[in-house]
Write a protein that binds this ligand. Structure first.
Ligand code: HEC
Length: 109
């Protein structure tokens, strides 16, 4: 487990493999076309980029609410490893392949 984690921290972040599942599992159900909480959408690149300042995680709402545990609401915070993945992704200029759209994997019924 430890070896797997530390291996991931040194490798480059891959949006589809590393970031997409975190957002789809924890965020998109409240931030997509059906449920646009606070006007924030994280299912589409153009909208998600409004919450992102490339290279500056500390200036990015998406990162700050995740790190502080404000999001997702209700106490189910992202793990330290997940927050760290987001931080690295921002530092690598938050690449998001054109056309990659996210869909919630645990929508509230
Ligand atoms: C259960 C629904 C829900 C989930 C899941 C959720 N959010 Fe939110 N989000 C909200 C609501 C509601 C607000 C508005 C909060 C407010 O106005 O106080 C919000 C607001 C935000 C904002 C705007 C904050 C601001 O001050 O303008 C951002 C950015 C955000 N969410 C990102 C995320 C991220 C990133 C995740 C996943 C880690 C996430 N949200 C998961 C419901 C959710």
């Amino acid at each position: 487990m430890f070896i797997v984690c530390s291996g991931r921290l040194t490798a480059k972040v891959n949006f589809i493999r590393d970031v997409k599942p975190i957002l789809e599992e924890n965020c998109v159900r409240c931030h997509d076309a059906d449920s646009v909480m606070r006007g924030v959408r994280l299912d589409r690149k153009d909208r998600a980029m409004m919450q992102i300042v490339k290279k500056k995680p500390e200036d990015s709402p998406l990162y700050n609410v995740s790190k502080s545990g404000i999001m997702p609401p209700g106490g189910t915070n992202l793990t330290h490893a997940e927050v760290e993945t987001l931080r690295k992704w921002f530092a690598e200029e938050a690449p998001w392949p054109n056309g990659a759209e996210l869909a919630a994997t645990n929508r509230i019924k």
